[in-house]
Design a protein around this ligand. Sequence first.
Ligand code: MEV
Length: 306
Amino acid sequence: MITCSAPGKIYIFGEHAVVYGENAICCAVDLRTRVHIEHDESAIISIESVLGKTGIDFEIHPYVSAVIERMREFASIKGIRIKIESDIPVGSGVGSSAAVTVATIAALNRMFDCNLTLEKIAKLGHEVEIQVQGAASPTDTYVSTMGGVFMIPQRKQLKNIECGIVIGNTNVLSSTKELVANVAELRKNYPQIIGPVLSTIGSMSEIGEELVDNSDYISIGKLMDINHGLLDSIGVGSFELSSLVYAARSSGAFGAKITGAGGGGCMVALMDKAKTEAVAGAINEAGGSSIITNATEHGVMVESNL
Ligand code: MEV
């Protein structure tokens, strides 16, 4: 059996703006999706996860199904059992779809000796996300493949984030595709207003690059608070997200904001490591589900090959 895993991610700055070519800073986090693959004598393909057990099925397992079809370019894929386990909340802006996509590509790559490089895995992952979602920037799949902290679109690696990270899940599902479309509509209707908001978000990453490299988490937190306000202004905030953001800020976080597409899903806060429990507790009291995590430099990897 081959097991590959890939991490989820948070945006320090720049979601939505990155869709329009603005800069973003994105950080892989130590929540992983594991994909186990073994040969099946019966020549049948099965995919098992918390969502159920299926064959190739674009309704229930769209990303894994699309990966299998795509990987047929490189190998004759039949007779496999795929099992997915994940620490990453699904459909919540923490990169669950990128992680399952990238980990499945890597596992099939190893099982069928396709010799794909990491760059190629990231590229295929992005193409699969576009196929399933209709639109996606390469950010999530790139960061999940490589691990670490990256300035996008340059793909410049920055210093790892070393402070505490707490993610707060509103447990409200949201659709990235719809939210990206809503922002596009708003930008079309009010270009003089939304254009500058998106480019201001992009400027935060430009300033943020040096702050990340200097580990200046206090200043990063201040900019994250501003970034949250700007995300709210383009319609991707919600009462639940802001409740968790304010709870995190008032319990000692350096700063807090939406992470990912918004609308529901997750927020993220940075804090001194000694404050992680206090911030996580405040997020839970405000009605969210907190996850204490860390940045990780480990991207997609083969965990076992027995
Ligand atoms: C979603 O995680 C981030 C967005 O910027 C969309 C994308 O980059 O594809 C909202």
